[in-house]
Ligand binder design. Structure first.
Ligand SMILES: [Zn+2]
Length: 306
């Protein structure tokens, strides 16, 4: 387990001063019990081609490096830049846009955009393997999107206020810390109940506000509080945890990304959730969680957020 704290990009680059250091780190994560041939699966004997950090398998005579079968495989970028990008994306609580990766890493916008997309996809798969929630869980929904009055006239919907022009998102936060969020087509009973059933172990205690869509939740304990009459906490019943996540998500929407493309809304939600779920980790653990998942080993992350 990597308990190191890299407090700045400079710290990180000092810890990984060369491509070699990065290769060794990835190898240790990927092959904890020794190198495995990426072609024939054997682990008997290898010849090191040190100039290119590649191995030649003594059995099948084929070559491979630690990048083989990972998201780094078809990239010619030095691993140090990938490590830096992974650190940047997991260390900024509200996320960082591709334009900032471009500046900090000294790469073209196209490259930064590619890295950003790849790492976000990694965070997406990390969430999908997080397992269901149990114990006590807060359920809530929110709307993501710009204020109608700030939009150009041609983009306004002219149909009232409130949730108009925004996208509904359903969310869950386990009292153990983890969150899950997903775009829904509407916040009706069927969609919210389906989302809960898909992600929460039956028998779990659920806390919500008074939204009627949560009524009749079968196979779960359910307590709601009445925001409409100024009630925010009653005993254990409150939704403050999921609301802090919504607040962070909205600050990211407004301050960092300025806009989420609706088509990719689920990706942003995954990105923010994965980061939230790693908040209690050291920056070294967060780095390993994302690099490990990028290299096809999901174990680290699952262990860390279990
Ligand atoms: Zn082989």
């Amino acid at each position: 387990m990597n308990l190191k704290q890299y407090n700045s990009l400079y710290d990180l680059m000092e810890a990984f001063p060369t491509e070699e250091a990065c290769v060794k780190h990835l190898e240790k994560m990927r092959w904890p019990c020794g190198i495995v041939c990426q072609w024939c699966g054997c682990s008997r004997k290898f010849y090191l081609i040190s100039r290119s950090h590649r191995y030649k398998c003594a059995d099948c005579k084929r070559e491979f490096s630690v990048r083989k079968n990972t998201i780094f495989e078809d990239s010619h970028l030095p691993l140090r830049k990938w490590f830096a990008a992974a650190w940047l994306m997991t260390s900024h609580r509200k996320g960082i846009p591709a334009t900032q990766l471009e500046r900090e890493l000294g790469v073209t916008y196209k490259t930064a955009w590619f890295m950003h997309g790849r790492l976000r996809a990694v965070m997406e798969t990390m969430n999908e393997h997080g397992g269901p929630m149990d114990g006590e869980v807060e359920a809530d929904e929110t709307y993501i999107g710009g204020k109608e009055r700030n939009k150009h006239k041609s983009k306004r919907l002219n149909a009232g206020r409130g949730s108009v022009g925004k996208k509904p998102v359903a969310g869950l936060r386990s009292r153990k810390g983890k969150v899950k969020a997903k775009p829904v087509t509407s916040v009706n009973r069927e969609e919210l109940h389906t989302f809960i059933r898909a992600n929460v172990v039956p028998g779990t205690q659920i806390y919500t506000d008074e939204a009627p869509a949560y009524n009749g939740l079968m196979h779960y304990g359910h307590e709601s509080i009445r925001h409409s009459v100024g009630e925010y906490v009653r005993g254990q019943a409150h939704t403050n945890g999921i609301e802090s996540f919504w607040a962070l998500l909205k600050r990211g929407y407004i301050g960092v990304y300025h806009h989420f493309s609706w088509k990719h809304l689920h990706r942003y939600l995954h990105e923010f959730s994965a980061r939230w779920n790693m908040m209690h980790l050291t920056s070294g653990e967060r780095l390993d969680a994302i690099l490990g998942s990028a290299a096809g080993t999901r174990l680290t992350y699952q262990e860390l957020i279990a």
